[in-house]
Write a protein that binds this ligand. Structure first.
Ligand code: DCS
Length: 490
């Protein structure tokens, strides 16, 4: 038998970009947590925004329709009306009649026309401007759409994509995988993780000066891991920046329903662009992403998403259609879930009241949890934390004493990884170190979701504080917090 070294598919012979790619949300901390779990330890998985895994209940109407679409013979059963409400039965029939062969058949690679139309109607209701289903592709979660677009944008190692830092590592990982350049722009932690357009311009100019051809800019609104909600003024300046410098704007708006403050309700980049009128509304090249994984629906496992192209050249849209066709068809169950998310029961429908009540309960509870978590972090020694205005995460700044940084270096770990590992080992709380998202050099963070159930939240925060405060006491020294070098780069 061939020894390991002789294998063709030997790790040393892999695509270099694959080897260089990092994805911290499923990184060292996650793997260690899995190990502890298999040893029978209780783990609180706050490392990934996976709402149902932490007890969020599926919305009843969506699952009723999905059940009938999966098992159409139930519709013929004489007892169906005892188990399912009339609007769920009617909706299931509508979907089934729009998909020849049912849920077990491939669909068009852009998705089922009826559901693309439902997405367009949703966008129009939300923004007040018409949307064309021809410019909407359904995808396997937002991730697949982002990946297909980045693959097409990045032509070689000189092509750059601007990404906020901290960022969700889908972006850093995918840019690496396709061999492009990540051009960071830093969010301003001191002012609630705000987006500073001068910083964006500075980084753009610096990248251009280094021979990088900046082709696209990603923004995440509300932010992951930072939780900030962008103002309309912020969006206008980003849009002007993109038009002025001729770059494509990639709007990651997957958390648009996860909003926990009233001052800045979600507003889509598309609406702001349309409000600006021509020439901006006719020239900004915009791609917007959405998903069924977040918001009150939270159906991550169903893998449903969409992307909408605005002012993208029709032949480019055709090329992306071709790329999507290589995977034949997005997951059809995920498409149905998307249809249900964008086209929920309406006033007067049988399921309306229940749907509204379930949705409200989830969002109200997340709002309460965001507050408990932020306040909890701010009570801890050497920890400061911006309020989670939206999305599903808290991203506290852990001001590590010099002695803790030295201990980490001795252990061969980045300081934030060291801290998060200790937290995991001692409390079972599984988080992601800030270095996985990028952070200003010399600062250390961790990311946790705000998803533990409300009734457990106070306990989780008390456990965290007990750990943190004793960690800080153990490594307390003369002042000198947070002095470090280069650990935190992406
Ligand atoms: N964009 C952002 C900003 C995200 O946070 C995620 C998922 C996605 C896109 C992709 O999600 P889907 O492919 O499921 O639509 N967030 C991950 C995270 O940070 N924790 O959990 C998943």
């Amino acid at each position: 038998m061939a020894s390991g070294d002789e294998k063709v598919f030997h790790p040393s012979k892999l695509n270099e970009n694959v080897k260089k790619t990092q994805y911290a949300v499923r990184g060292e901390l996650y793997l260690r947590a899995q190990e502890l779990l298999s040893q029978g330890k209780e783990i609180i998985f706050t490392n990934v925004g996976n709402p149902h895994a932490l007890g969020q209940k599926p919305l009843t109407f969506s699952r009723q329709v999905m059940a009938l679409v999966q098992a159409p013979f139930l519709i013929e059963d004489q007892n169906v009306r005892l188990l399912f409400p009339p609007d769920a039965i009617a909706r299931a029939k509508q979907y089934l009649s729009s998909m020849p062969g049912g849920i077990g058949a491939y669909s068009d690679s852009r998705g089922i026309p009826l559901i693309r139309k439902q997405v367009a109607e949703f966008v129009e209701r939300r923004d007040g401007y018409p949307s064309n289903p021809e410019n909407i592709f359904l995808t396997d979660g937002a991730s697949k759409g982002v990946s297909q677009v980045l693959q097409s944008v990045i032509r070689n190692e000189h092509d750059g994509v601007m990404v906020p830092v901290p960022q969700y590592p889908l972006y850093s990982a995918t840019i690496q995988l396709f061999g492009g350049q990540l051009v960071p722009y830093y969010l301003q932690e001191e002012s609630g993780w705000s987006l500073d357009i001068d910083e964006v311009q500075r980084q753009y100019d610096a990248a251009r000066g280094n021979g990088v051809n900046v082709r696209a800019l990603v923004f995440i609104n509300p932010g992951n891991p930072t939780g900030q909600c962008l103002s309309e003024a912020n969006l206008r300046s980003l849009i002007n920046f993109a038009v002025r410098n001729r770059i494509v704007l990639l709007a990651d708006e997957v958390y648009q329903e996860n909003i926990y403050q009233d001052e800045r309700p979600f507003v889509s980049a598309r609406k702001v662009m349309m409000d600006m009128g021509p020439p901006v509304s006719t020239s900004l090249e915009l791609i917007s992403f959405h998903t069924v994984s977040k918001g009150p629906i939270g159906e991550c496992g169903q893998r449903g998403g969409y992307m909408e192209f605005t002012n993208i050249h029709p032949e480019t849209v055709d090329q992306l259609y071709k790329v999507a066709s290589i995977s034949l068809s997005p997951n059809v169950g995920g498409q149905v879930m998307m249809g249900l998310m964008v086209s929920p029961p309406k006033p007067g429908d049988y399921s309306y009241a229940r749907y509204v009540a379930e949705k409200k309960e989830i969002i109200d509870s997340l709002r309460a949890r965001a507050r408990i978590m932020t306040d909890g972090f701010n009570r801890c020694k050497n920890v400061t934390c911006n309020f989670t205005e939206g999305a599903m995460y808290s991203f506290p700044n852990i001001h590590l004493p010099k002695r803790a940084i030295e201990a980490a270096q001795k252990a061969g770990k980045a300081p934030d990884v060291f801290y998060c590992l200790r937290l995991l080992e001692e409390t079972g709380i599984s988080t992601v170190p800030g270095s996985g998202f990028g952070q200003k050099p010399g600062t250390f963070h961790l990311r946790t979701t705000i998803l533990p159930p409300l009734e457990k939240m106070a306990g989780v925060m008390a456990t965290f504080q007990k750990f943190n405060d004793s960690f800080m006491a153990q490594y307390a020294d003369s002042p000198g917090y947070g002095s470090s070098q280069g650990w935190s780069r992406l």
